[in-house]
Design a protein around this ligand. Structure first.
Ligand SMILES: Cc1ncc(COP(=O)(O)O)c(C=O)c1O
Length: 388
Protein backbone atom coordinates (compact mmCIF):
# COMPACT_ATOMS: atom_id res chain seq x y z
CA UNK A 1 0.00 0.00 0.00
CA UNK A 2 1.51 3.32 -1.04
CA UNK A 3 0.50 6.87 -0.23
CA UNK A 4 -0.24 7.48 -3.89
CA UNK A 5 -2.52 4.52 -4.35
CA UNK A 6 -4.46 4.32 -1.13
CA UNK A 7 -7.31 6.40 0.30
CA UNK A 8 -6.24 5.20 3.71
CA UNK A 9 -2.43 5.39 3.52
CA UNK A 10 -1.89 7.73 6.47
CA UNK A 11 1.40 7.14 8.29
CA UNK A 12 1.12 7.61 12.06
CA UNK A 13 2.87 10.79 13.20
CA UNK A 14 2.92 12.34 9.72
CA UNK A 15 1.05 15.39 8.39
CA UNK A 16 -1.08 13.93 5.57
CA UNK A 17 -2.12 17.01 3.61
CA UNK A 18 -3.00 14.62 0.77
CA UNK A 19 -5.85 12.92 2.66
CA UNK A 20 -9.14 13.84 0.95
CA UNK A 21 -11.48 12.31 3.49
CA UNK A 22 -13.08 13.44 6.77
CA UNK A 23 -11.04 13.60 9.97
CA UNK A 24 -12.05 10.85 12.45
CA UNK A 25 -13.44 13.44 14.89
CA UNK A 26 -15.83 14.67 12.20
CA UNK A 27 -17.51 11.28 11.67
CA UNK A 28 -21.01 10.90 13.16
CA UNK A 29 -20.36 7.65 15.05
CA UNK A 30 -22.66 8.36 18.01
CA UNK A 31 -25.61 9.31 15.80
CA UNK A 32 -25.17 6.13 13.78
CA UNK A 33 -25.00 3.99 16.91
CA UNK A 34 -28.39 5.38 17.99
CA UNK A 35 -29.88 4.96 14.50
CA UNK A 36 -28.65 1.34 14.36
CA UNK A 37 -30.20 0.56 17.74
CA UNK A 38 -33.56 2.02 16.69
CA UNK A 39 -33.44 0.14 13.42
CA UNK A 40 -32.55 -3.23 14.93
CA UNK A 41 -35.29 -2.93 17.55
CA UNK A 42 -37.91 -2.00 14.94
CA UNK A 43 -40.45 -4.39 13.43
CA UNK A 44 -38.77 -4.40 10.01
CA UNK A 45 -35.42 -5.57 11.41
CA UNK A 46 -35.54 -8.99 9.71
CA UNK A 47 -35.99 -7.29 6.30
CA UNK A 48 -32.68 -5.49 6.80
CA UNK A 49 -30.75 -8.69 6.26
CA UNK A 50 -32.32 -9.58 2.95
CA UNK A 51 -31.83 -8.51 -0.65
CA UNK A 52 -33.33 -5.12 -1.40
CA UNK A 53 -35.06 -3.15 -4.14
CA UNK A 54 -32.97 -2.78 -7.33
CA UNK A 55 -33.29 1.01 -7.10
CA UNK A 56 -32.30 1.08 -3.46
CA UNK A 57 -33.98 1.53 -0.10
CA UNK A 58 -37.40 3.17 -0.78
CA UNK A 59 -37.32 5.23 2.42
CA UNK A 60 -33.92 6.67 1.58
CA UNK A 61 -35.04 7.42 -1.98
CA UNK A 62 -38.12 9.26 -0.70
CA UNK A 63 -36.02 11.22 1.77
CA UNK A 64 -33.52 12.23 -0.93
CA UNK A 65 -36.20 13.17 -3.46
CA UNK A 66 -37.85 15.48 -0.92
CA UNK A 67 -34.55 17.02 0.14
CA UNK A 68 -33.17 17.48 -3.38
CA UNK A 69 -36.41 19.16 -4.47
CA UNK A 70 -36.38 21.40 -1.40
CA UNK A 71 -32.67 22.32 -1.38
CA UNK A 72 -31.70 22.03 -5.06
CA UNK A 73 -35.03 22.66 -6.85
CA UNK A 74 -34.50 19.58 -9.01
CA UNK A 75 -38.21 18.92 -9.57
CA UNK A 76 -37.69 15.14 -9.47
CA UNK A 77 -39.85 12.15 -8.53
CA UNK A 78 -38.98 8.78 -7.08
CA UNK A 79 -38.53 7.38 -10.62
CA UNK A 80 -35.63 9.80 -11.17
CA UNK A 81 -33.40 8.50 -8.39
CA UNK A 82 -31.55 5.32 -7.48
CA UNK A 83 -29.22 4.43 -4.62
CA UNK A 84 -25.66 3.36 -5.44
CA UNK A 85 -22.51 2.10 -3.74
CA UNK A 86 -21.10 5.63 -3.48
CA UNK A 87 -20.37 7.99 -6.33
CA UNK A 88 -17.59 5.59 -7.36
CA UNK A 89 -20.13 2.76 -7.74
CA UNK A 90 -22.24 5.14 -9.81
CA UNK A 91 -19.43 6.24 -12.10
CA UNK A 92 -18.36 2.64 -12.66
CA UNK A 93 -21.93 1.66 -13.50
CA UNK A 94 -22.30 4.60 -15.89
CA UNK A 95 -19.07 3.70 -17.68
CA UNK A 96 -20.23 0.09 -17.98
CA UNK A 97 -23.61 1.10 -19.34
CA UNK A 98 -22.64 4.01 -21.61
CA UNK A 99 -19.26 3.10 -23.05
CA UNK A 100 -17.14 0.40 -24.64
CA UNK A 101 -13.33 0.36 -24.81
CA UNK A 102 -12.04 2.96 -27.25
CA UNK A 103 -14.93 5.42 -26.74
CA UNK A 104 -14.13 9.10 -26.23
CA UNK A 105 -14.87 10.99 -23.01
CA UNK A 106 -14.19 14.57 -21.92
CA UNK A 107 -12.74 15.75 -18.62
CA UNK A 108 -11.33 18.91 -17.10
CA UNK A 109 -7.58 19.48 -16.85
CA UNK A 110 -7.11 18.92 -13.93
CA UNK A 111 -9.78 16.40 -12.98
CA UNK A 112 -10.50 13.97 -10.13
CA UNK A 113 -7.65 11.45 -10.21
CA UNK A 114 -9.67 8.36 -9.34
CA UNK A 115 -12.22 9.08 -12.05
CA UNK A 116 -9.35 9.15 -14.56
CA UNK A 117 -8.31 5.80 -13.13
CA UNK A 118 -11.80 4.35 -13.77
CA UNK A 119 -11.74 5.68 -17.36
CA UNK A 120 -8.28 4.25 -17.96
CA UNK A 121 -9.37 0.87 -16.55
CA UNK A 122 -12.03 0.83 -19.28
CA UNK A 123 -9.59 1.89 -21.98
CA UNK A 124 -11.57 5.01 -22.80
CA UNK A 125 -9.92 7.77 -24.84
CA UNK A 126 -9.79 10.66 -22.39
CA UNK A 127 -9.72 14.20 -23.79
CA UNK A 128 -8.75 16.83 -21.23
CA UNK A 129 -9.93 20.42 -21.66
CA UNK A 130 -8.19 23.28 -19.78
CA UNK A 131 -9.98 25.18 -17.01
CA UNK A 132 -9.55 28.62 -15.50
CA UNK A 133 -10.75 29.80 -12.08
CA UNK A 134 -14.35 29.35 -13.30
CA UNK A 135 -13.97 25.83 -14.63
CA UNK A 136 -13.85 24.48 -18.17
CA UNK A 137 -13.19 26.96 -20.98
CA UNK A 138 -16.15 26.68 -23.37
CA UNK A 139 -14.10 27.78 -26.41
CA UNK A 140 -11.52 25.08 -25.68
CA UNK A 141 -14.31 22.55 -25.19
CA UNK A 142 -15.81 23.49 -28.55
CA UNK A 143 -12.41 23.27 -30.22
CA UNK A 144 -12.01 19.71 -28.87
CA UNK A 145 -15.53 18.81 -30.01
CA UNK A 146 -14.85 20.16 -33.52
CA UNK A 147 -11.62 18.21 -33.72
CA UNK A 148 -13.41 15.02 -32.71
CA UNK A 149 -16.21 15.75 -35.19
CA UNK A 150 -13.69 16.08 -38.01
CA UNK A 151 -12.50 12.59 -37.05
CA UNK A 152 -16.16 11.42 -37.04
CA UNK A 153 -15.99 10.80 -33.32
CA UNK A 154 -18.56 11.81 -30.73
CA UNK A 155 -17.70 11.77 -27.01
CA UNK A 156 -20.03 9.72 -24.85
CA UNK A 157 -19.92 12.10 -21.92
CA UNK A 158 -18.22 15.00 -20.17
CA UNK A 159 -17.29 14.14 -16.58
CA UNK A 160 -17.20 17.15 -14.25
CA UNK A 161 -16.93 17.93 -10.54
CA UNK A 162 -18.70 21.30 -10.83
CA UNK A 163 -18.70 22.50 -7.22
CA UNK A 164 -15.61 22.88 -4.98
CA UNK A 165 -13.76 20.70 -7.46
CA UNK A 166 -11.36 17.95 -6.53
CA UNK A 167 -8.50 18.89 -6.89
CA UNK A 168 -8.72 22.67 -7.44
CA UNK A 169 -11.52 23.71 -5.05
CA UNK A 170 -13.06 25.93 -7.74
CA UNK A 171 -16.77 26.19 -8.58
CA UNK A 172 -18.17 26.64 -12.07
CA UNK A 173 -20.63 29.58 -12.22
CA UNK A 174 -24.12 29.12 -13.71
CA UNK A 175 -23.23 30.89 -16.94
CA UNK A 176 -20.40 28.45 -17.73
CA UNK A 177 -22.67 25.55 -16.87
CA UNK A 178 -25.25 26.87 -19.34
CA UNK A 179 -22.61 27.22 -22.06
CA UNK A 180 -21.53 23.59 -21.52
CA UNK A 181 -25.16 22.39 -21.61
CA UNK A 182 -25.66 24.21 -24.93
CA UNK A 183 -22.60 22.43 -26.36
CA UNK A 184 -23.75 19.06 -24.98
CA UNK A 185 -27.04 19.51 -26.83
CA UNK A 186 -25.38 20.68 -30.04
CA UNK A 187 -22.76 17.90 -30.08
CA UNK A 188 -24.96 15.28 -28.34
CA UNK A 189 -22.98 14.06 -25.37
CA UNK A 190 -24.14 13.35 -21.82
CA UNK A 191 -22.92 15.26 -18.77
CA UNK A 192 -21.93 13.29 -15.66
CA UNK A 193 -21.86 15.77 -12.78
CA UNK A 194 -20.16 14.33 -9.75
CA UNK A 195 -21.29 16.78 -7.06
CA UNK A 196 -20.11 15.10 -3.86
CA UNK A 197 -18.90 18.37 -2.27
CA UNK A 198 -21.84 20.69 -3.04
CA UNK A 199 -23.31 20.48 0.48
CA UNK A 200 -20.04 21.55 2.12
CA UNK A 201 -20.46 25.24 1.36
CA UNK A 202 -19.00 27.89 3.61
CA UNK A 203 -20.88 30.93 2.37
CA UNK A 204 -23.58 31.36 -0.26
CA UNK A 205 -25.34 28.39 -1.85
CA UNK A 206 -23.50 27.15 -4.96
CA UNK A 207 -24.96 27.76 -8.44
CA UNK A 208 -27.81 25.54 -9.68
CA UNK A 209 -26.64 22.11 -10.78
CA UNK A 210 -26.28 21.03 -14.42
CA UNK A 211 -29.32 18.83 -13.79
CA UNK A 212 -31.45 21.76 -12.60
CA UNK A 213 -30.23 24.07 -15.38
CA UNK A 214 -30.88 21.55 -18.13
CA UNK A 215 -34.24 20.37 -16.82
CA UNK A 216 -32.68 16.92 -16.51
CA UNK A 217 -32.16 16.49 -20.28
CA UNK A 218 -29.09 14.26 -20.62
CA UNK A 219 -27.46 15.00 -17.27
CA UNK A 220 -26.52 12.22 -14.85
CA UNK A 221 -26.15 13.70 -11.38
CA UNK A 222 -24.13 11.76 -8.79
CA UNK A 223 -24.31 12.43 -5.05
CA UNK A 224 -22.72 10.78 -2.04
CA UNK A 225 -22.82 10.53 1.74
CA UNK A 226 -19.04 9.99 1.83
CA UNK A 227 -18.05 13.63 2.36
CA UNK A 228 -20.94 14.72 4.56
CA UNK A 229 -21.39 11.58 6.68
CA UNK A 230 -18.81 8.82 6.27
CA UNK A 231 -16.97 7.24 3.31
CA UNK A 232 -17.21 3.77 4.88
CA UNK A 233 -20.96 3.77 4.32
CA UNK A 234 -20.32 3.37 0.57
CA UNK A 235 -23.67 4.98 -0.12
CA UNK A 236 -24.55 7.50 -2.81
CA UNK A 237 -27.22 8.19 -5.43
CA UNK A 238 -27.86 8.96 -9.07
CA UNK A 239 -30.46 11.41 -10.38
CA UNK A 240 -31.38 11.08 -14.06
CA UNK A 241 -34.26 10.90 -16.53
CA UNK A 242 -36.71 8.19 -15.46
CA UNK A 243 -35.96 6.12 -18.62
CA UNK A 244 -32.29 6.13 -17.69
CA UNK A 245 -32.98 5.05 -14.11
CA UNK A 246 -35.24 2.24 -15.39
CA UNK A 247 -32.52 1.14 -17.79
CA UNK A 248 -29.70 1.22 -15.22
CA UNK A 249 -31.64 -0.41 -12.38
CA UNK A 250 -32.63 -3.21 -14.75
CA UNK A 251 -29.00 -4.25 -15.04
CA UNK A 252 -28.02 -7.82 -14.23
CA UNK A 253 -25.73 -6.60 -11.48
CA UNK A 254 -28.48 -4.83 -9.52
CA UNK A 255 -31.16 -7.46 -10.18
CA UNK A 256 -28.93 -10.29 -9.08
CA UNK A 257 -27.41 -8.28 -6.24
CA UNK A 258 -30.71 -6.93 -4.87
CA UNK A 259 -29.80 -3.24 -5.08
CA UNK A 260 -26.80 -1.38 -3.69
CA UNK A 261 -25.95 -2.02 -0.02
CA UNK A 262 -29.53 -2.43 1.35
CA UNK A 263 -28.44 -2.68 4.98
CA UNK A 264 -26.36 0.49 4.88
CA UNK A 265 -29.02 2.38 2.93
CA UNK A 266 -31.68 1.48 5.52
CA UNK A 267 -29.37 2.68 8.28
CA UNK A 268 -28.66 5.96 6.47
CA UNK A 269 -32.42 6.43 5.94
CA UNK A 270 -33.07 5.94 9.67
CA UNK A 271 -30.30 8.41 10.55
CA UNK A 272 -31.53 11.03 8.05
CA UNK A 273 -35.22 10.68 8.96
CA UNK A 274 -34.51 11.97 12.47
CA UNK A 275 -33.12 15.22 11.01
CA UNK A 276 -29.62 14.18 12.12
CA UNK A 277 -27.99 14.68 8.70
CA UNK A 278 -29.19 18.28 8.43
CA UNK A 279 -27.91 19.03 11.94
CA UNK A 280 -24.59 17.30 11.25
CA UNK A 281 -24.17 19.22 7.97
CA UNK A 282 -24.68 22.56 9.70
CA UNK A 283 -21.99 21.69 12.23
CA UNK A 284 -19.66 20.19 9.64
CA UNK A 285 -19.72 23.31 7.45
CA UNK A 286 -18.49 25.33 10.42
CA UNK A 287 -15.71 22.82 11.14
CA UNK A 288 -14.45 22.75 7.55
CA UNK A 289 -14.76 26.53 7.19
CA UNK A 290 -12.50 26.95 10.22
CA UNK A 291 -9.94 24.58 8.72
CA UNK A 292 -10.10 26.35 5.34
CA UNK A 293 -9.50 29.69 7.08
CA UNK A 294 -6.54 28.32 9.05
CA UNK A 295 -5.01 26.96 5.85
CA UNK A 296 -5.51 30.23 3.93
CA UNK A 297 -4.07 32.29 6.79
CA UNK A 298 -1.01 30.01 6.96
CA UNK A 299 -0.53 30.20 3.19
CA UNK A 300 -0.63 34.03 3.29
CA UNK A 301 1.76 34.10 6.20
CA UNK A 302 4.36 31.56 5.12
CA UNK A 303 4.42 31.16 1.33
CA UNK A 304 7.29 32.82 -0.53
CA UNK A 305 6.61 35.14 -3.50
CA UNK A 306 5.62 33.47 -6.75
CA UNK A 307 3.35 30.84 -5.19
CA UNK A 308 -0.37 31.20 -5.91
CA UNK A 309 -3.41 29.26 -4.69
CA UNK A 310 -7.18 29.01 -4.93
CA UNK A 311 -9.63 30.24 -2.24
CA UNK A 312 -12.36 27.60 -2.15
CA UNK A 313 -15.81 28.56 -0.92
CA UNK A 314 -16.50 25.01 0.17
CA UNK A 315 -15.29 21.43 -0.07
CA UNK A 316 -11.95 20.00 1.03
CA UNK A 317 -9.20 21.30 -1.26
CA UNK A 318 -6.80 24.14 -2.07
CA UNK A 319 -4.75 24.02 -5.29
CA UNK A 320 -1.29 25.55 -5.29
CA UNK A 321 0.87 26.67 -8.20
CA UNK A 322 4.62 26.79 -7.71
CA UNK A 323 6.92 29.42 -9.23
CA UNK A 324 8.13 28.61 -12.77
CA UNK A 325 10.92 26.04 -12.82
CA UNK A 326 9.93 24.28 -9.59
CA UNK A 327 8.55 20.75 -9.66
CA UNK A 328 5.99 19.47 -7.12
CA UNK A 329 7.53 15.97 -7.24
CA UNK A 330 10.87 17.41 -6.01
CA UNK A 331 9.03 19.30 -3.31
CA UNK A 332 7.24 16.09 -2.26
CA UNK A 333 10.55 14.27 -1.86
CA UNK A 334 11.98 17.18 0.14
CA UNK A 335 9.10 17.57 2.61
CA UNK A 336 8.57 13.84 3.07
CA UNK A 337 11.80 13.87 5.00
CA UNK A 338 9.93 16.12 7.46
CA UNK A 339 6.84 13.86 7.48
CA UNK A 340 4.66 16.11 5.34
CA UNK A 341 2.76 14.53 2.45
CA UNK A 342 0.63 16.18 -0.24
CA UNK A 343 -0.84 15.15 -3.59
CA UNK A 344 1.40 16.30 -6.48
CA UNK A 345 -0.58 17.86 -9.32
CA UNK A 346 0.55 15.54 -12.11
CA UNK A 347 -1.78 12.74 -10.96
CA UNK A 348 -4.80 14.91 -11.76
CA UNK A 349 -3.91 15.43 -15.42
CA UNK A 350 -4.34 13.12 -18.40
CA UNK A 351 -0.87 14.27 -19.46
CA UNK A 352 1.07 14.22 -16.17
CA UNK A 353 3.62 16.77 -17.44
CA UNK A 354 0.88 19.43 -17.40
CA UNK A 355 0.70 19.18 -13.61
CA UNK A 356 4.31 19.39 -12.50
CA UNK A 357 3.93 22.92 -11.06
CA UNK A 358 0.76 22.10 -9.10
CA UNK A 359 -0.11 20.45 -5.83
CA UNK A 360 -3.32 19.71 -3.94
CA UNK A 361 -3.67 20.42 -0.25
CA UNK A 362 -6.56 18.91 1.67
CA UNK A 363 -7.76 20.66 4.83
CA UNK A 364 -10.41 18.04 5.71
CA UNK A 365 -8.29 15.56 7.60
CA UNK A 366 -5.45 17.05 9.61
CA UNK A 367 -5.96 18.94 12.90
CA UNK A 368 -5.51 22.74 12.92
CA UNK A 369 -2.02 22.72 14.45
CA UNK A 370 -0.76 20.21 11.89
CA UNK A 371 -2.35 22.16 9.07
CA UNK A 372 -0.38 25.26 10.07
CA UNK A 373 2.84 23.33 10.70
CA UNK A 374 2.52 21.37 7.44
CA UNK A 375 2.01 24.53 5.38
CA UNK A 376 4.99 26.20 7.07
CA UNK A 377 7.19 23.19 6.21
CA UNK A 378 5.94 23.25 2.62
CA UNK A 379 6.72 26.96 2.39
CA UNK A 380 10.25 26.38 3.71
CA UNK A 381 10.76 23.61 1.16
CA UNK A 382 9.61 25.86 -1.68
CA UNK A 383 11.82 28.73 -0.50
CA UNK A 384 14.85 26.37 -0.33
CA UNK A 385 14.15 25.07 -3.84
CA UNK A 386 13.69 28.59 -5.21
CA UNK A 387 17.01 29.59 -3.66
CA UNK A 388 18.57 26.66 -5.57
C1 LIG B 1 -15.02 14.17 -6.95
C2 LIG B 1 -15.18 12.93 -6.17
N1 LIG B 1 -16.07 12.01 -6.55
C3 LIG B 1 -16.25 10.88 -5.85
C4 LIG B 1 -15.52 10.61 -4.73
C5 LIG B 1 -15.75 9.33 -4.02
O1 LIG B 1 -17.09 9.26 -3.67
P1 LIG B 1 -17.69 7.94 -3.01
O2 LIG B 1 -17.00 7.72 -1.71
O3 LIG B 1 -19.14 8.26 -2.88
O4 LIG B 1 -17.45 6.83 -3.96
C6 LIG B 1 -14.57 11.53 -4.28
C7 LIG B 1 -13.74 11.24 -3.09
O5 LIG B 1 -12.64 11.72 -2.95
C8 LIG B 1 -14.40 12.72 -5.02
O6 LIG B 1 -13.51 13.64 -4.65
Amino acid sequence: MTLESSQQGVIAGSIPLFAGHPAPELLPAAGFRQAAERLMRGRAASRLFNYGDERGDPRLRDYLVERLNRCESLGIRRENLMILGGSTGGLTMLCDRLTVAGDDVLVDAPSYRDALHIFRDRQLRIHAVPIDEQGILPQELERTLQRLQRQRRRPKFYYVVPTFQNPSGITMPAERRRAVIALSQQYRFAIIEDDVYCDIRFDAAPPPSFYALSGGAEVLRLGSFSKTLAPGLRCGWLVARRERIAEFSGSGMLKMGGGANPFTAALVAEYCASGAWERHLGWLRGQYRQRRDIALTALRRFMPPGVSWTRPEGGYFIWLRLPAGLDAADLAARVQARDVYFAPGSGFFVSPDDGTRYLRLSFSFVPAADLRAGIEILAEGIAEMAAG
